[in-house]
Design a protein around this ligand. Sequence first.
Ligand code: RFL
Ligand code: PHB
Length: 395
Amino acid sequence: MSAIRTQVGIVGSGPAGLLLSQLLHNAGVESVVLERHSRAYVEGRIRAGVLEQGTVDLLTAAGVGERLQREGLVHGGVEIAVDGRRHRIDMKALTGGSCVTVYGQTQIQKDLFAKRLAENASIVFEAAPVSLHDVESDRPSLRYVHDGAEHRVDCDFIAGCDGFHGVSRASIPADRLETFERVYPFAWLGILADTRPVSDELIYTCSARGFALFSMRAIRVSRLYLQCAPNEDLSEWSDDRIWTELQRRLGPEASEGMETGPSTDKSIASLRSFVAEPMRWGNLFLAGDAAHIVPPTAAKGLNLAVADVRVLAEAFNAFYRTGRRDRLDAYSDTCLRRIWKAQRFAWWMTSLLHRFPDRSAFDSRVQRAELDYVLVSAAGQQTLAENYTGLPFGR
Ligand code: RFL
Ligand code: PHB
């Protein structure tokens, strides 16, 4: 078995793993990234689209924000449509200047890979399976198989950035981890299409037929979602059926002139809230989807992954500069404070805007009253705007 030595062994080359390796590199800390899939596979996954200002700032400070600054679409507002009536939330005015930026996760992945590989980063694609060893000792290691041969990475720390289904969290003994979970009784059917978005800003739509979201990736690229059953059969959803359903949920007035066209990607994602505590076991630190999942309604998943990595990179950096472990010891608690606030907001937006099949008539009336309140009250709108654009760090 061949063996190499590094400071931080990173499992997973999603946004969390790659950005961590970039931030460590910028601080003079070495890392090796092990990725189970190919680069093309990781770059091709259509996922997040909305970035908080803090995420944009960190990517820019890390040296991977050039194209994001040029091509990202800055949005100062968001719309909520209820039974065909559109209401705009002026996030920028309500928060004293905060906006979000629409820029696809695929583009972030491309920017990060380009930068990391230009700097000769050590990233092993198609490393499978990966296993974690001696995590509780000060000599942890990662083992993996690549091209049929076994390899070992000896390191000081392991960062588990391998998403919800990864091996890192699964390696932690069950009695060392507490998990909190809620699974929602619906899923999102999402398409991508080369059509002009129906509006300049995102429209979150609440109707008797269920939730829909009108988002975008670029001036002429739409990203659209429909609430559907968790066991929905994708093959039963032709493009025509999807566009018709989108128009029905948005209502005739608001969807007038909507440009339709063939989808270029189509998928179904289930909705779940999940947190694993603590985000550390010995010298293994979990970051991003490996430690927590939010339903996509509040667009927080990628932003939380970036926020974790920011705290983790600073903690590693402090350790290598000073030998002090206090930031590493505080990592899990520091992140969890922010994560639970985002969890609450994602759960709240999901509860507010979706049709719940098992909700009583009373509960549905209360849901509608809450929505009405949020849309007419300055305080309600401000709460939404402040959480959607991203809570500050350290509070
Ligand atoms: P990722 O992106 O899942 O990356 C994990 C990487 O680890 C690899 N891996 C392994 N490698 C080695 N060994 C193993 N055993 C491994 N197991 C897995 C995987 O191949 C992969 O490359 O996790 P990361 O980096 O934590 O990033 C998290 C984000 O991807 C995720 O939170 C967001 O996509 C969530 N999300 C959204 N977040 C937002 O902030 N804004 C949004 O607008 C938003 N929209 C969304 C979303 C997620 C969605 N889906 C499909 C779940 C919309 C959707 C529909
Ligand atoms: C997206 O554009 O993919 C998107 C936007 C907002 C969300 C979720 C996903 O809440």
